[in-house]
Design a binder for this molecule. Sequence first.
Ligand code: FAD
Length: 305
Amino acid sequence: MGNSSPHDAVIIGGSFAGLSAAMQLARARRHVLVIDAGQPRNRFADHSHGVFALDGRSGDGLLAEARAQLAAYPTIRLARGEVVQASAVDGGFLVETATGERATGRRLILATGIADQLPEVPGLAPRWGKTVLHCPYCHGYEIGGGPIGVLATGPLAAHQASLIADWGNVTLFANGMDFDADIRAMLARRSVTIEPVRVEAIEGEAAAIAGLRLADGRLVAVKALFVAAPTRMASPLAEMLGCAFDSTPLGPIIRTDAWKLTTVAGVYAAGDAARAPQNITFATADGVTAGVGLHHQLIADEAAA
Ligand SMILES: Cc1cc2nc3c(=O)[nH]c(=O)nc-3n(C[C@H](O)[C@H](O)[C@H](O)COP(=O)(O)OP(=O)(O)OC[C@H]3O[C@@H](n4cnc5c(N)ncnc54)[C@H](O)[C@@H]3O)c2cc1C
């Protein structure tokens, strides 16, 4: 990657947010290095939905197209790798990959995403992104109605069950969680059934779900299962750089201002790692905001020098 002359920006994470930021800077003829480990959050799903004018396209396909479009800009370099170190140095930031390559940038954008921490229910992880889902706007329509489960894993369980009732007949598998009388009444008004017995496993052929096997031996038939899994940062870099975080009901996000600048001067953050709620459209808009914000900051520095 070389570190002899600093890039205007190094973008860590080359998925929806990172590539969107890169495009704004490419069009401003700025020198940008994007380093990406190639693990976008939605890699488990074959199709992406709800994206303006691109409904139903594959996530991988969208990213490949974005990379091809960026490759036409001479000031952009796209590199594959995992950044394991990032630190402030004179004039910017130094990053180092797992294979020991180094690069410097006047500014940094963290577009590193988040990781879903799935509950350890046998049969759940292999169905993630197929019939075990997190977002009804992304995948609810394709279920086509009928019996749908929601597995309670945290504070958003009742809210998620109430929402998903617009997509089918919902059973909320409480799995050890208690709901007070007001929540139960709200769920009843939304025609949500509460199943108190613990879920032992998800059963079915391949990715299909025949039903949820309960601790008392019953098999409750559902076509799909929603889980609002807790999340964590996909990368420790924001913490390493000293960025502040905000809490959300599902996990931490990097604190940013309206232009996606973090609490560390010169470090921007965009996409799932730095906003809630999260989806492709929000992540791309976030990346655009970070790219434009960073460009304006470069200009302000150059005008003042
Ligand atoms: C199963 C599933 C299905 C989904 N379906 C949809 C859908 O249909 N429609 C929709 O709008 N949204 C969908 N989403 C949400 C969508 O995936 C995210 O909102 C979107 O991927 C966020 O983009 P991002 O660029 O912020 O992060 P990500 O797409 O997660 O990309 C982060 C990138 O940074 C890289 N990275 C991380 N750390 C490092 C490092 N240290 N060095 C280098 N690279 C690094 C990762 O490898 C990855 O490539 C889905 C999510 C899931 C879990």
